[in-house]
Design a protein around this ligand. Structure first.
Ligand SMILES: [Zn+2]
Length: 146
């Protein structure tokens, strides 16, 4: 069912693409409550990662399922019109995500991708993210890395 007009569709795309999306805010707020501190959308890093944890050298991306073409995900429904156009667009996004992550890895960052659809099960999602980040209270060594 693709009942959106072209204008509605692009409005929706613009919303999805922007920073500070609802899923991203949900993840941020939950992590903040747990005591995690992070930087947002650092422009000096490939892909302007959503959440950056500098002392841990870790990054969390919060991806919209639609825009980033989450595999076999019901939220990521392919539009029924102009399918080829969208397919190409998604393909580029996925490719760019891949390149950004690779570049970050080379710079010594590790990354975790969280999907919009995972927000529906917040407990599980948070376990995954905190498991990745490690405990908040832990004294993260500030090591004078050269
Ligand atoms: Zn999804």
């Amino acid at each position: 069912m693709d009942t959106l007009t072209k204008a509605q569709r692009s409005e929706r795309m613009a919303r999805i693409r922007s920073k500070n999306t609802a899923p991203e805010l949900a993840v941020r707020q939950a992590l903040f409550k747990l005591g995690y501190r992070y930087q947002l959308h650092r422009k000096d890093l490939p892909g302007k990662p959503d959440l950056v944890f500098p002392s841990r050298k870790k990054i969390v991306f919060v991806h919209g399922c639609f825009w980033h073409a989450h595999n076999s995900c019901s939220v990521a429904n392919m539009p029924k019109s102009r399918t080829e156009f969208w397919q190409a667009k998604f393909q580029r996004n996925v490719e760019r995500d891949k390149l950004n992550k690779r570049a970050l890895r080379r710079m010594g960052w590790s990354t975790l991708t969280v999907w919009e659809c995972e927000i529906k099960r917040p407990d599980r999602l948070l376990r995954r993210v905190t498991g990745y980040l490690g405990p908040t209270g832990a004294k993260v060594k500030k090591g004078r890395s050269s």
